[in-house]
Design a protein around this ligand. Structure first.
Ligand SMILES: *Cc1c(COP(=O)(O)O)cnc(C)c1O
Length: 370
């Protein structure tokens, strides 16, 4: 009997068309930001249903430049989720703002009911994180932001093509997407900012390019946050097939849930009503009444050649460098503290075969059998 190949937690799939476009760039003699970036931006605008899309060199700088375009001043506060990748927090600190956290709900995203308690007269921005590819409850967050006069910056790094009702994520204010090597669409490193606001779009284009509007006409101190045509060429065919990439992820998630639902101590992830989840991660919760602990489940899966991961093991503020940081306010987040101890993500990427999915289900079920 041949042994089954290992199942990885993510898998990069580059369409053949990308090889052709990359060759085109290599032959063009122009590798930096140019026509391929413009093509990628046009597709990004369509993805987010937004009037503008600006490509940048990664998802973190997408967040930084968005906050900078809003003109935040020292002492201004940004309210975000404590259940996120550290880039969300680092971007706010790099922009010089103060961070406050509103706890999450069972959808793993910021709970609209808990936002008001951390909004002060210094709050300027609400930054929901569409974690694992599930949009936050934007139908409720948008009115809360409006009532309190807050700008919205969506951390949509994991949520390319997700939507709430008919509205794709990324156009509520400023939308920030990552094109890092493990995301649903990747250029290795890269990012996109989307918005309907003409002025903010203009400011971001200038900030991304050393603060230059025309050659050697410096308007503000800026950055080099540009993406290259080489990278854009890798991303264009993926954005063109985003619908089928996400449909494959969604089908894999449905099969996993059909196989894993009903196990004592395991809660399978759900798509909240009215929201389209794009399954960047498929994340179950292992609670105290499960027959084995989270680490035992992960170890057992690893012995069977199946990778899994904990995203994320602690609330993002729960590290000494942030606990002692003068710009980080420590608001209590008991839901996040509990959920970080329970989550484990299983492979859901489009490279999985039906046989792979069966193995993930069978091995999990046998490990969790009482
Ligand atoms: C990946 C990610 C980012 C940062 O993107 P990079 O492209 O890695 O800089 C920000 N927020 C979240 C939630 C992410 O998952």
């Amino acid at each position: 009997m041949t042994e089954d190949p290992p199942i990885t937690i993510s898998q990069v799939q580059i369409p053949a068309a990308a090889h052709v476009l990359v060759s085109e760039v290599l032959s063009s003699g122009m590798l930096a930001q140019g026509p391929m970036v413009a093509r990628l931006e046009a597709l990004g605008a369509v993805m987010a249903g937004a009037g503008h899309c600006m490509a940048v060199n990664n998802g973190t700088t997408a967040l930084v430049v968005s906050l900078e375009a809003l003109g935040l001043e020292a002492g201004d506060e940004v309210v975000t989720s404590p259940f996120t990748f550290v880039a969300t927090l680092n971007a706010i600190l790099e922009a010089g703002a103060t961070v406050r956290f509103a706890d999450i709900g069972d959808d793993f995203c910021i709970d609209p009911d808990l936002v008001s308690s951390v909004v002060s007269d210094r709050t300027r921005v609400l930054m929901p994180v569409h974690l694992y590819g599930q949009p936050a409850d934007m139908d409720r967050l948008i009115p809360i932001a409006a009532t309190n006069g807050l700008a919205i910056v969506e951390d949509a790094a994991q949520a390319h093509g997700a939507s709430v009702g008919d509205r794709p994520v990324g156009a509520a204010g400023l939308g920030c997407f990552s094109l890092y090597g493990t995301k649903n669409v990747t250029t290795g490193e890269g990012g996109l900012v989307t918005t309907d606001d003409d002025d903010l779009a203009d400011r971001i284009r200038v900030l991304r390019n050393q603060g230059m509007r025309a050659r050697y006409e410096y308007e503000v101190p800026g950055h080099n946050y540009r993406l290259t045509d080489l990278q854009a060429a890798v991303g264009i065919p993926q954005l063109e097939s985003l619908g089928s990439i996400n449909a494959q992820r969604s089908a894999n998630a449905a099969k996993l849930s059909a196989g894993l639902d009903g196990i004592v101590g395991i809660t399978v992830p759900t798509e909240s009503p009215g929201r389209r989840h794009v399954w960047h991660q498929y994340t179950v919760r292992v609670s105290a009444d499960a027959p084995i602990g989270r680490q035992d489940l992960m170890d057992g899966l690893a012995r069977a050649g199946i990778a899994s991961g904990v995203y994320y093991p602690r609330p993002v503020y729960d590290y000494e460098c942030y606990r002692s940081h003068p710009l980080v306010r420590l608001d209590p987040c008991p839901n996040t503290e509990r959920i970080t101890s329970e989550v484990v993500s299983l492979p859901v990427h489009p490279g999985l075969s039906d046989r792979d999915i069966e193995r993930i289900i069978d091995v999990s079920r046998s490990l969790l059998a009482c």
